[in-house]
Design a binder for this molecule. Sequence first.
Ligand SMILES: Cc1cc2nc3c(=O)[nH]c(=O)nc-3n(C[C@H](O)[C@H](O)[C@H](O)COP(=O)(O)OP(=O)(O)OC[C@H]3O[C@@H](n4cnc5c(N)ncnc54)[C@H](O)[C@@H]3O)c2cc1C
Length: 560
Amino acid sequence: MSSVVVVGAGLGGLATAARLAAAGHDVEVYERADVVGGKLGLVERDGFTFDTGPSLLTLPGLLEDLFTTTGGPAGPAGLAVEPVDPACDYTFADGTRLTLPHDPAAVPAAFDAAFGAGAGAAWSRLHARSRHLWELVGEQVLRRPLTLPALLRMSASPSGLRAVAPWRTIRGLARRAFADPRMRTWLERYATYSGSDPRRTPAVLSVTSFVEQEFGAWYVPGGLRRIVDTLAERCRTLGVAVHLSSPVQEVLVESGRVVGVRVAGQERRADAVVCNADAAVLHEQLLARGTASRARRRLRRIPPSSAGFVLLLGLSGREAPAAHRVFFPADYAAEFDAVFGRRPRPVEDPTVYVHAPDDPALRPDDDSEGWFVLVNAPVHDPARGVDWDAPGLREAYADRILDVLAARGVDVRPRLRFVEVLTPADLERRTGSPGGAIYGTASHGPRAALKRPSNAGPLPGLHLVGGSAHPGGGIPLVLMSAEIVAGLIGPATAGPAGPAATAAPVGTPQGSSDGSPRRAAPAPPAPAPPTSSGTSSPSSTPVPAPPAGPRPPAPGGRRR
Ligand SMILES: Cc1cc2nc3c(=O)[nH]c(=O)nc-3n(C[C@H](O)[C@H](O)[C@H](O)COP(=O)(O)OP(=O)(O)OC[C@H]3O[C@@H](n4cnc5c(N)ncnc54)[C@H](O)[C@@H]3O)c2cc1C
């Protein structure tokens, strides 16, 4: 058995911890906050429960694979997922509506209905092209450590090179694929799935659109926060000790090798350290000056991803609209000028995204509903950009967004019971992500994938997992990143444990219910029949165990 310290209990940290514990390692997780989950946050108020992070789940097969590989189905309560149908309802500035169904076979008709005959065929051509792209990058690039030779191999065939087209941006692709400006806007929005500007984001990242339509949009009844709660439970079952309120102060390096971390002034030595904190935090705060300087310099040259300004609305009455809605502005480019331009500023007339899950577990009664409203925003940067803590800004901008929504036909102001506001500065305080950037760095330029920090860290014994590292942010990619890191570290070797700890664990141990220190990983629990959670609808699909033993996951998840 070897000892591993994980810095951060976000999705990436917990998923890596579970995988490594199941592979026989002795794993400890140190988390600065007093809760696990990082960006998969939760706010409860007056009987309402809100996810403050992700609302859209894609590729649920990756979650299934994680739980299967680490011991079986996701606990006695289960972790059900259910399809979201329609997947998304878009309203364009001229009032046109596009309602995309969950079933890809029905998507062309939806495009025809919204934009006229021929629109569906144009989408189908794009989808076929993206399928090829997904076959090229899904397994080879996203689920493996990124190397230049791998990228070169992929681009070596003329058809591969044509599909990847590293010189083309998402905006360029949208112009080639669609004549209708509204359809271009629709495709360009997928750049924001990596917190980036479509005018600078490589076209290859449009595979997110393929993934969403081909494999569908999914929801976890009870809220997506349940993913990290269930995963933390799995970690505990596997003997992982999760220490809350325990910020790692330093990653320790001796003779060029990472040998542990410093927490609460004490050394905790380990054979390997996995950093789930943002890569910028690692380089600017946790590694001593003079260590990994090249990687630090490289990272400094990449701009941060976008952040988000969030409203949590407690509403009287229940309309149960489409779960996911997007309201586009007339001038989409102006949004990216405001977020990524020389003079960052709150977006005057932003695209507004609304998540309104029709989930009885999240509302106080059936005559109310809670909405999560998100607009793209520049990061919190009081020195050179927007100071989201400036007096009055959060209130004024929250009002502005409610006005924008009203102007686009959805006036909820008379129904408001309360508004909770989360700014980029709040996200920074909650999760430590610099400026509240949601996805680490922006994916700008043809070499964006290569510039993103790799999972094998810049020093031996150090690994990076999570949204700021390869392959990127968002639940599916973070799960892939955990799988890659666990693969790089490999199974524990038989023999004596690694270097002994020089300090007792600090913070709140969660490794066992009685608070005792961590124990060796037990045998994985025997698979039990899949059960769905109490809050799931009849159409919910539990994340099940396979009939016997782990199986290699399908890259794209699968339709249910
Ligand atoms: C508003 C919003 C909406 C989103 N919507 C979606 C969506 O719809 N679909 C989707 O797939 N994804 C979405 N995402 C992205 C997704 O939430 C993230 O990509 C993912 O949760 C990142 O997980 P992570 O483990 O990489 O990082 P994090 O969640 O940031 O976890 C990092 C952890 O490290 C801890 N940490 C930092 N520094 C230290 C330290 N020094 N010592 C100890 N611990 C430390 C932090 O406190 C944190 O808990 C959204 C995110 C946000 C914020």
